[in-house]
Write a protein that binds this ligand. Structure first.
Ligand SMILES: Nc1ncnc2c1ncn2[C@@H]1O[C@H](COP(=O)(O)OP(=O)(O)OP(=O)(O)O)[C@@H](O)[C@H]1O
Ligand SMILES: Nc1nc2c(c(=O)[nH]1)N=C(CO)CN2
Length: 230
């Protein structure tokens, strides 16, 4: 994903949530400093092929774990990693903004599993607290602002859709989506708005890939594109 392609989408997200681009950029630069002299993996260092399960943390995940079991690789978003690991399913990559389960991210990094740690304007304290405790050679630093090596921006907003964009950038042939509930009534209003963005972004991604994600079946007609056509 070129930043030029991502930028209009990013601007629409900034507008919708009232986030500040400069705050995202400061967070990105802080994360770059925290990974410091380590040799963190970039997107090109993670190669995936075949089917990749993008595990979301919706309440349906435990009933849909067979989808992850059958996939060639598993990327887990945030707390979906715990559900997979507790069920004995190996996680090949975790995507997180560190707001929920940093111990899991640390443990995965200690096992050499890439942890895509995301910097944004509202998680600098979490970055500062947790990133230095990880094995930095396994931390793949990401931003939603312009990339600034070693911090990359494969695209995406919530941990789950960011995982899908990362899988795309890493060469995945087919994406499957256990644990996704866009209409989950148990989430907060803010989370529901984030999930709406996740849905828009997955729809955009499936079109870019020329694929149809089954998780969007029956929903496409109602998905808008607030950043305009294309
Ligand atoms: N019903 C759902 N509730 C929560 N997450 C969901 C749901 N359906 C899909 N997801 C995806 O699972 C990801 C992980 O969710 P979780 O609640 O563990 O993380 P989070 O750290 O709060 O995520 P984020 O910071 O991206 O909102 C979300 O980012 C989202 O993309
Ligand atoms: N600035 C900012 N960026 C984000 C935020 C957030 O709360 N603030 N939350 C995200 C996923 O939950 C992703 N990006």
């Amino acid at each position: 994903m070129l930043f030029d392609e991502w930028e209009p989408v990013y601007e629409a997200i900034l507008d919708d949530f009232g986030y500040e681009r400069a705050a995202d950029e400061r967070a990105r630069d802080r994360l770059a400093a925290l990974v410091g002299d380590a040799d963190p993996p970039g997107v090109d260092d993670v190669r995936l092929s075949g089917s990749v399960a993008i595990c979301g943390a919706g309440p349906t995940l435990s009933d849909e774990l067979d989808v992850a079991r059958r996939a060639d690789s598993v990327i887990a978003a945030s707390t979906a990693a715990d559900v997979c690991l507790d069920a004995g399913i190996g996680v090949d990559c975790m995507v997180t903004d560190l707001d929920k389960n940093p111990d899991t991210a640390r443990a995965l990094s200690e096992s050499g599993i890439p942890v895509a740690a995301h910097a944004h304007g509202d998680n600098v304290p979490e970055l500062e607290r947790y990133v230095p405790t990880f094995v930095l050679d396994s931390v793949l630093p990401t931003t939603q602002a312009a990339p600034a090596p070693p911090v990359s921006n494969p695209g995406g907003f919530t941990d789950g859709d960011r995982a899908a964009f990362l899988a795309d950038a890493c060469g995945a042939d087919r994406l499957v989506f256990p644990g996704w509930s866009f209409d989950d009534p148990s989430v907060s209003a803010e989370k529901a708005r984030k999930l709406r963005w996740a849905e828009r972004l997955l729809h955009w991604l499936e079109e870019r890939r020329g694929e149809r994600f089954d998780v969007l079946d029956g929903r496409r007609d109602r998905i808008d594109r607030p950043w305009g056509a294309e």
